[in-house]
Design a protein around this ligand. Sequence first.
Ligand code: FAD
Length: 436
Amino acid sequence: MNNTEVVLFWFKRDLRLTDNRGLYKALSSGFRVLPVFIFDTHILDKLEKDDARITFICEVLGSINRSLRQNGSSLITFHGTPEHFFSEMPLPFPVNAVYASTDYEPYAFERDTKIGNILRSKGMHLHLIPDQMIMEPGTVMKQDGKPYTVFTPFSRRWSSLFRAGMIKEEPSVNLFGNLLQYSPLSAEPKPETLGFMTSGLKVKPADLTSDTIKSYGDNRDIPAADGTTKLGPHLRFGTISIREVFRQTEGLSNIFNSELIWREFFMHILSHFPQASEKSFRPEYDNIEWINNEEHFDRWCRGMTGYPIVDAGMRELKATGYMHNRVRMVTASFLAKHLLCDWRWGEAWFGSKLLDFELSSNNGNWQWAAGTGCDAAPWFRIFNPAIQKQKFDRNEEYIRSWLPDYGTPDYPEPVVNHTKARTRALETYGRVLRKS
Ligand code: FAD
């Protein structure tokens, strides 16, 4: 063990000590490890001051710090830009190298490239370790070497490449003896010290019980049933390892497994086609003449469209930071098709409110619902909110739990007439496709 220099483990979206591949590699490097977390102002500056995700991150980091302290170590936190932190390295130890997990989002990729260059100029290496997915972008490709853009063949190929060894645990905790023994007195991070407020919205614990997973296929489409896992925020922030999710649920539900593969599919898509984060995946759809009526958009955001299943979803989102997947599909389709508002407006609204906001899944699913994406729902398929309510919330249990004004004179009239809005959407989309 080299005792004169340390290596840093840079926590990013892998906020856990167990089964953390990057941390394991750092702890196996032959150097003492000092864990760090950077509250990146490039990201923080764009958030609302009551953003619940900041509260969650502070709580998780507090818990990581307490565990590290029990092992004689601690988590160093820094509030500023990663460029500043790694240029200055304000630490009382010489640093040999930095370890971190790979991240494929466009901003993260650019940031990590910059940090790699900064470190290289100081004679250090940034080791990026895959941890976020079972199969990294570039490993599930078509015969001709191109990326898949349709889910079903991607999923088939993914499954054919899957090996049990890919989900084995990385026993990071077994190597805690290699942590640097360093616990300076420091306050635990709090939203207030970062310029935020502590939020009352809470991340729910993930439910991976075998009962939930076995009945997932039957329950997952019913918004009133508590039938899904609430894994979203945990996978987003890495408070659970994706390998552990596979280990715990192996063989219990193919449908559930398939949802996890959808997650990887969209991550691969965004990594191969980063331009999709700003533009329609199919360029011809960037010519759609959106109406972009701000009053309609505002009614959609506030859950005041007069379509109960849409309004219930939008109010659930605002009140809890969650929205059921079925309802996400209906609300997204309603905004893009019924209201002809640019799907990017809705994507951004979801991005600011969802506790499980994941750029790749949010963008991929929004483009799917708007009909502009890879493997999208055909443009002429327009969800009818009344039929969706009838099919998935027949007893109105879900909508009544979110709409106290439903059935009273206070509940708004429909913002648009379904039949007319449907015809208008078909004409608008049709015009673009006829021209292309
Ligand atoms: P479960 O149903 O229990 O599924 C387990 C996990 O599988 C999820 O946590 C997620 O990681 C993955 N998963 C499930 N469905 C999908 C899917 N369709 N696409 C990709 N991954 C999936 N999911 C996000 O994680 N972040 C987002 O920002 C996001 N935005 C969405 C926007 C729209 C318009 C739509 C239609 C869907 C979006 N989804 C998003 C997908 C899905 O709605 C959520 O993953 C799911 O509702 C989260 O609840 P859960 O954790 O209980 O999921």
